[in-house]
Ligand binder design. Sequence first.
Ligand code: NAD
Ligand code: ZN
Length: 360
Amino acid sequence: MNHKNFKNIDKVTYGRGSFAQLAQTVEPIRKENFKYFVYVVDNYFKDKPLSKQLQNKPEDLVFYIDVDPHEPTTEQIDTLRDGILSKKGLPSGVIGIGGGSILDIAKALSLMLTNEGSSTLYQGLNLIKNPGLYHLGVPTISGTGAEVSMTAVLTGPEKKLGLKCDWTVFNQVILDPDLISSVPTDWWFYTGMDTYIHCIESHNGIRNNAFSLAYGDQALNLSRKVYLDDGSGQTPENDDILMVASLMGGLSLTYSEVGVCHAVSYGLSKILGTRHCYANCIIFQHLEDIYPQGVGEFKRMIKKHKISLPQGLSKHWSDDTITKMATVSYNLPFMWNHAFGDNYKEIATMDYIKDLFRRL
Ligand code: NAD
Ligand code: ZN
């Protein structure tokens, strides 16, 4: 058994208003390289008050990125990296302000600024050769755990796979619950449910352990406060809690593994471009036989917040599409192994996985 040796975030600032400490936090790093920072900011904030509070200096480069057309791609990172290096040389560091998409862009960019060639070369575990630049993440939507994870998920021409290594993890994260208050209710739900599903999947499999269970139990309790109990809903008090739940859910799966929902979700996202958290919700509702308690509770949360999820999608999918999606999922053996144990190959056959897609 190879025990995980996980690199955590170096430093975390938490609390309402903590975003105002950004400039002082990065000041000591400004002396590095060509003494400027690259900001990647969710385009949503372009005309919002936050765009006036970035605390950037005139020499800094600020990129507003629209994350809605697609999830981060290898090509997008390569183009951004090449443009930055040819314009101003190596920056002191990268600051990402946004959701999972922007956080992954910041992580990937910090690695690709010091590693030659296309990011497609580095999709996988420990393929990155040189340490990346200092990078700081500021989540503005909570749930994916991208703020703490050691992967930057990129969609490439061939695979949807992360740049995964110790250097991917943020040097600094600033968790300011004020920043997530504007998230639309449907995204607040889908993204928060990613945390919930991380914990259910982390718990229900062979890789769970006291470490992953401790983070996961706590994240589940916090998720129930935000989405299920009396007083649940999108309130400032619950935003305080949700930011911590997201981080702890991410830590739970880091010490364990995700399972069936995520394996299927990767297939759906890669082939049809469905967004990660939304895809998880579409799938998880149909996994009652695998995660009975979790799916039961999930359905209660859906009802409570009047969320409607699409049904009958697979009616419109050809056999070829289903095969393509199932192939992506099938090729995630560590998730099936975690979920079904050491004889997972007998359970998670291509036919079984295709049937999971036909449930949707
Ligand atoms: P996102 O970054 O894709 O953003 C979702 C939507 O919310 C966008 O329209 C965005 O503009 C909007 N938004 C963000 N903050 C907002 C705010 N404060 N107010 C209003 N709107 C806001 O969302 P996500 O679900 O956090 O991230 C999904 C991405 O994360 C996917 O690309 C997925 O692959 C990746 N992911 C990464 C990891 C990891 O460990 N690295 C884990 C899970 C998912
Ligand atoms: Zn997830």
